[in-house]
Design a protein around this ligand. Structure first.
Ligand SMILES: [Fe+2]
Ligand SMILES: [Fe+2]
Ligand SMILES: [Fe+2]
Length: 425
């Protein structure tokens, strides 16, 4: 079967999902990527760019901070005009996208979206990439300067924002781009559109524009892997968690007798299942002790957040539910949707078992990785209580040392997913 015809996922909708996921890192400030996309595309419009270039700038704005996974890095970037370690997230973003053909054209501008204009000219990159990078740098710093005013006095603060940007003209930003900003700032509509309510609606509408780039199943898998890196690198304790859950779920699915296409889709759901953790505060994810009731109530929102990030993607419906149901119990005792047992598909049950298994073997801030006999004991108890599927738990218990190795990332046969983005560190 032609996987492309079967899934038919449009790249544009995946780009929107990446932005939604990455923006969650901002906690109460979840529109930075959308605002930068909007400002950059308006600058492009003011400069007389073609529609494809304006669309490119919008997508580049959505994606520019895909290298930011922690709350701490996000807040440093939005609270300081200049930061000596800003290049770190630029480099991560570049490495994430450079080998994925449908998004590789964004990689170099992302690498340089904090490089001053007067340095860009000395680099061996194309004039187009340099220009796009600098437009995003400008849009990004306009947004950061404007954020404190959106809700109140944005129309009064315009001149101050322009004044701040002017200080960096010719050094950080190209004069022609700043001149375009001077024209734009006259329009009240430009500023009002940046309000949370309006920017969300604007982005939603832009998301309906098709990129006419349908993704094949292997491409969707590769993009899901990129998204899994973004969430897994949020904390050293969850490093590789999604990749290993995907490996294990796919393997269990094949042992269960599902078709290879089903197995591949399960792998994708495994890669995406914890995306909603990007909205979890760093201090809860890394708390070196048991979480309290309030922290748990925040943690328990993450699988709904996964659903919210992905649910708009046409054609991905069932995969989204498999991912979003990973904390649901057969007995209805999980969270957050409480589907009935018949509504809980075998695919979702496979991911749930793989998720518990992998999380147990991995070190957590409050305990070391659990040894195999204890892992088997725990999943057995969970099956007896109706939390996990009995047949799948039995399957996981067969050849359990092999399952253990896959979950740990120690089985070279099932270790092809992982590529170290920073092998030299
Ligand atoms: Fe940014
Ligand atoms: Fe989870
Ligand atoms: Fe998980």
């Amino acid at each position: 079967m032609d996987a492309r015809a079967e899934l038919n996922i449009d790249l544009r909708q995946m780009v929107m999902a990446i932005e939604t996921a990455v923006s969650l890192v901002g906690m109460n400030d979840t529109n930075h990527g959308k605002q930068v996309g909007y400002i950059a595309s308006q600058l492009g419009h003011q400069l007389g760019y073609s529609d494809p270039d304006i669309q490119y700038l919008f997508e580049l704005g959505l994606l520019h901070d895909c290298g930011v996974s922690t709350e701490q890095m996000h807040s440093t970037l939005v609270n300081h005009f200049d930061w000596k370690d800003a290049h770190i997230h630029c480099e991560i973003g570049y490495r994430l996208l450079k080998d994925f053909e449908p998004l590789a054209r964004f990689a170099i501008p992302i690498f340089h979206h904090h490089t001053p204009w007067n340095e860009l000219g000395k680099l061996d990159i194309s004039a187009r990439d340099a220009g796009m990078a600098n437009l995003i740098f400008l849009a990004d710093r306009i947004d950061v300067t404007a954020v404190p005013h959106y809700k109140t006095d944005i129309l009064l603060a315009r001149d101050d924002i322009v004044h701040t940007i002017d200080n960096y003209t010719g050094t950080y930003f190209d004069l022609a781009y700043v001149s375009a900003f001077h024209e734009l700032k006259i329009s009240e509509a430009f500023w009002i559109a940046l309000d949370d309510r309006h920017i969300t609606r604007y982005t939603w509408d832009m998301g309906k524009v098709t990129s006419n780039t349908p993704l094949s199943l292997p491409q969707l898998r590769q993009l899901s892997l990129i998204m899994s890196y973004i969430v897994d690198q949020k904390s050293p304790f969850t490093a590789q968690h999604s990749v290993r859950v995907a490996d294990l779920a796919k393997y269990l699915a094949s042992q269960y007798g599902l078709t290879s296409e089903q197995c591949e889709k399960i792998e994708i759901a495994g890669l995406l299942h914890d995306l909603g953790k990007l909205h979890m505060p760093d201090n809860i994810l890394e708390k070196p002790g048991p979480v309290d009731d309030i922290e748990r109530s925040i943690m328990n929102q993450h699988s709904y957040e996964t659903y919210e990030i992905l649910r708009h993607i046409e054609g991905l419906n069932e995969v989204v539910l498999w991912a979003a149901y990973h904390h649901e119990g057969i007995n209805g005792g999980g969270y957050p949707f409480h589907p009935s047992a018949p509504e809980l598909s075998v695919e979702a049950r496979l991911i749930a078992v793989a998720d518990v298994f992998q999380a147990l073997v991995q070190d957590r801030p409050y305990r070391k990785g659990v040894p195999l006999p204890k892992v088997l004991d725990i999943i057995e108890k969970m099956a007896s209580m109706g939390k996990l599927d009995r047949d799948i738990v039995n399957l996981a218990k067969q050849h359990s040392s092999e399952r253990f190795k896959i979950a740990k990332g120690e089985d070279p046969l099932h270790n092809q997913n992982y590529i170290d983005l920073f092998p030299e560190r």
